[in-house]
Design a binder for this molecule. Structure first.
Ligand code: GDP
Length: 298
């Protein structure tokens, strides 16, 4: 991801390497080129606008910096603006004062929720927690089995409805899972929920009902970074529907242009907290805005 954007930005910076100092005209021309590079990378227009105005604001102060040459100055400005757009600081998970901490996953079908449930639980286990996974995605025939498989791989318990017992009521399963977790001394509960291929009123209502039933400490919206511009309308629909406290970018290993990844924080106002970069359970990390910016700048 971001290969095209990285190449385009590198081209913009290369053009500045021969300059002795930066003029206002250079900054305007550079801003125009960066604007095009961002739009070509599928970054949402309001985000591009915010980026360019932030960049111009920063460059007013940057001219005084004698230590950096023009190309370095612009790289620094673009880097700082990227870090800002990506959320600035890393936002850590919030744990409940009284266990269990409840983390609910929401997002479209195929976004990567079930895979993330496995990844997050393995990661939490590695940090000394005792997570439990909850199968509240009863929409897809294979979803429960898939969660049981990732649970087994991660070595964590999965709470799923017994056949014939509560099947078809994901809200009830989610609600009862909290007591089960308490009884079994699990300190984190991760609730996997059903998605549809597109935003759908029934799906959203079910997510809202689950949210009300389990009162989560975090609702993580999982978004496939490969879906380009559609990501933004989807993210807005989830923000206005179930609401969420953090974003997980999945499939960052793909070769999409990366616009969704760069837009989602600014558009939804919620921090990107984790990044998924593959199908394996270890292809997962806490999201660090400054590392992502460095990656884009190469
Ligand atoms: P869900 O419907 O939201 O639960 O999505 P799944 O967890 O079932 O993921 C859908 C597909 O995407 C599966 O084939 C996963 O293996 C795959 N997948 C999930 N996360 C990633 C990722 O970060 N990178 C890649 N390449 N594939 C992923």
């Amino acid at each position: 991801m971001f290969d095209t954007l990285s190449d385009r930005l590198e081209g913009v910076f290369a053009g500045l390497r021969s300059k002795g100092r930066l003029t206002d005209a250079d900054i305007d021309a550079t801003a125009r080129e960066i604007r095009i590079a961002l739009l070509e990378a599928d970054v949402a227009l309001p985000v591009v606008k915010a980026f360019i105005s932030g960049m111009k604001e920063r460059s007013k102060g940057a001219a005084v910096s004698q230590a950096l040459n023009p190309a370095q100055q612009v790289i620094k400005i673009v880097n700082d603006e990227l870090v800002d757009i990506l959320g600035g600081e890393t936002r850590r998970l919030r744990f409940a004062k009284t266990a269990p901490t409840v983390i609910m996953l929401a997002g479209l079908q195929g976004a990567g929720k079930t895979t993330l449930a496995g990844k997050l639980s393995k990661w939490l286990k590695g940090q000394g927690h005792s997570p439990m996974l909850v199968a509240s995605d009863l929409q897809r025939p294979n979803a429960v089995t898939q969660l049981q498989v990732v649970g087994q791989q991660a070595g964590v318990e999965v709470y799923a409805p017994e056949p014939g017992n509560g099947v078809g009521d994901p809200v009830a399963v989610a609600r009862e899972s909290i007591d089960v977790a308490r009884r079994k001394m699990h300190d984190v509960v991760i609730v996997d929920t059903a998605g549809r291929l597109g935003v759908d009123a029934d799906m959203m209502q079910q997510a809202i009902d689950i949210r009300e039933a389990v009162q989560p400490d975090e609702v993580l919206f999982v978004i496939d970074a490969m879906i380009g511009q559609d990501a933004i309308t989807t993210a807005e629909a989830f923000r206005d529907g179930v609401g969420f406290t953090g974003v997980v970018l999945s499939k960052l290993d793909g070769d999409a242009r990366g616009g969704a990844a760069l837009s989602v924080r600014h558009v939804t106002g919620q921090p990107i907290m984790f990044a998924s970069t593959g199908e394996k359970l270890d292809d997962f990390d806490v999201f660090h805005p400054e590392r992502m910016a460095s990656r884009i700048l190469g």
